[in-house]
Design a protein around this ligand. Structure first.
Ligand SMILES: [Cu+2]
Ligand SMILES: [Zn+2]
Length: 216
């Protein structure tokens, strides 16, 4: 009887843990536009973000047109305030208050997504993955912004005084606020630490139940 109870407990704990795993990805989108350029065209397009589960890497798809050929700094900025166009979006999203860097550097702003390189077609459609930004948890990028710069980001390796702050990437040629794209009623993992604690408690209860069951 006791054994049956413990097995039931183990099964329940497994289901509880499984119930916390999402099976539909979280998606966000920023629609980018910018001021008229020297040839009167305007950069426009979308940047979409997909995260399959809380704490996992984010897939970033960048689809833009009318971008001048060459390399352009590409960042997440801290604010979602478009009241004064791209200029009111604040600096790079940098909750750790560290130096600017490259996406693959140990030390970088959360918002440092490096450069995108555009060819003569002036159109870009690329997808890559970043393991530092997140759509969920305490440091979600939802409500913040995407900024595309005029110049190449020197990734914190240049001699300019702004190198360790902004990568000296020049003006802002396009921007957009990151909003929710998924069909979700409640955004998951907002609790951050609390969610992680609940998840680890479920795992602990499974392990304890299995140890007791084996002992009987
Ligand atoms: Cu920037
Ligand atoms: Zn930065």
């Amino acid at each position: 009887m006791l054994r049956l109870l413990i097995v039931t407990l183990a099964v329940c704990a497994t289901i509880c843990a499984a119930a916390q795993t999402r099976n539909s990805p979280m998606e966000a989108i920023a629609h980018l536009t910018g001021p008229p350029q020297s040839d009167n065209t305007q950069v426009k397009g979308n940047v979409t973000f997909i995260q399959n589960d809380c704490g996992q890497s984010v897939h970033v798809r960048i689809q833009l047109e009318n971008v001048m050929q060459g390399k352009h700094g590409f960042h997440i900025h801290e604010k979602g305030d478009l009241s004064n166009g791209c200029t009111s979006l604040g600096g790079h999203y940098n909750p750790d208050k560290v130096d600017h860097g490259a996406p693959h550097h140990e030390v970088r702003h959360v918002g440092d997504l490096g450069n995108i390189e555009v060819n003569a077609s002036r159109i870009i459609d690329i997808t890559y993955t970043d393991s530092v930004i997140s759509l969920s948890g305490k440091r979600t990028i939802i409500g913040r912004s995407v900024v595309l710069h005029e110049l190449e980001d020197d990734l914190g390796l240049g001699n300019h005084t702004d190198s360790k702050k902004t990568g000296n990437a020049g003006g802002r040629i396009a921007c957009g606020v990151i909003g929710i794209k998924s069909d979700v009623d409640e955004w998951p993992c907002r609790g951050g630490g609390a969610d992680a604690l609940r998840q680890s408690m479920s795992i602990v209860s499974i392990v304890v139940a299995l140890i007791i069951a084996r002992g009987l």
